[in-house]
Design a binder for this molecule. Structure first.
Ligand code: HEC
Length: 105
């Protein structure tokens, strides 16, 4: 799965233009320095949901992926948060809460 993500990112960078449609999120771009989640940090789905309500729900209130933990895990949320593609304005989510959200995955 991780390999597939990496491949996706590489392809996303090389592609340039076309595809995606008007509603597609900005292509994930690797951030520098990369966001490191401490291995002993774990965020429960409940805690993640609180953060999601704070930073994400205003745009995603009716998206299917918010309906269960499984759907959230299966979504692109991890890669989008870790590449700062989400939230749309990266300034809206500070590094501490960003790390907390990533510790859910
Ligand atoms: C200002 C509005 C806005 C905010 C805030 C926002 N998003 Fe998004 N997000 C979008 C838009 C627009 C898209 C692309 C259209 C779509 O798929 O809903 C998107 C797409 C996504 C997708 C892919 C959708 C799918 O169906 O697979 C995920 C996952 C996601 N966002 C997660 C998040 C998370 C997690 C946060 C909070 C950290 C967040 N978003 C905050 C606007 C927003």
């Amino acid at each position: 799965m991780r390999k597939i993500f990496v491949l996706f990112i590489l392809l996303g960078c090389g592609g340039g233009g076309g595809g995606g449609g008007p509603e597609a999120p900005p292509p994930p771009v690797p951030v520098d320095p990369p966001i490191v989640v401490p291995p002993d940090l774990e965020t429960s789905y409940e805690e993640f949901t609180l953060l999601f309500e704070k930073y994400c729900i205003k745009c995603h209130a009716s998206d299917p992926f918010i309906e269960s933990e499984e759907l959230m895990r299966a979504s692109d949320a991890k890669v989008l948060i870790s590449t700062k593609a989400m939230p749309l304005d990266p300034e809206d989510l500070g590094i501490d809460d960003r790390i907390k959200m990533l510790a859910f995955f």
